[in-house]
Ligand binder design. Sequence first.
Ligand code: SF4
Length: 168
Amino acid sequence: MNYANIFFDDTVNGIGFRISLFVSGCAKHPPCIGCWSPLARSFDYGKTFTKETKDSIIESLKKPYIKGLSILGGEPMDNLGDGTLLDLVKTISRMFPEKTIFCWSGYTFEELIKDPVRLEFLQYIDMLRDGEYIEELKDITQYLSGSKNQRIIAAKESLKQNKVIFYI
Ligand code: SF4
């Protein structure tokens, strides 16, 4: 898996100070009109996510003020094939159960749970911002979302209760 960028002290993508990982690659075709990261739609963009990359994220999560990891794209849910992201969220959940994992996806929760690999990944996600970006519904005032159709879902909890539960 490639990634476009990592911010280690990010206050924009989530609650409090977080690490934000922007993975490369999005299979959405045609892409969302007004896509916010056209360069990162290529799976070859950026750098390879290595063991050292993972270690740097884990090391940073040890800082008490870091609240957790945010995973953005590209499209994280199109990046599960090589197991890198699943391994990362499993490690974080085991080592830092008090920290949260947020994920942004252009697919809806209902679409994602139909796929067994994505479903397994969602079991480690505290907050899922779901749904494609729709330019006509753009709303910059909506927390963590680009357009009004996108939802802030408590993914783990929704899977437990078998219905969509909102995170906030
Ligand atoms: S899902 Fe994200 S990366 Fe993919 S086309 Fe839409 S905005 Fe761009």
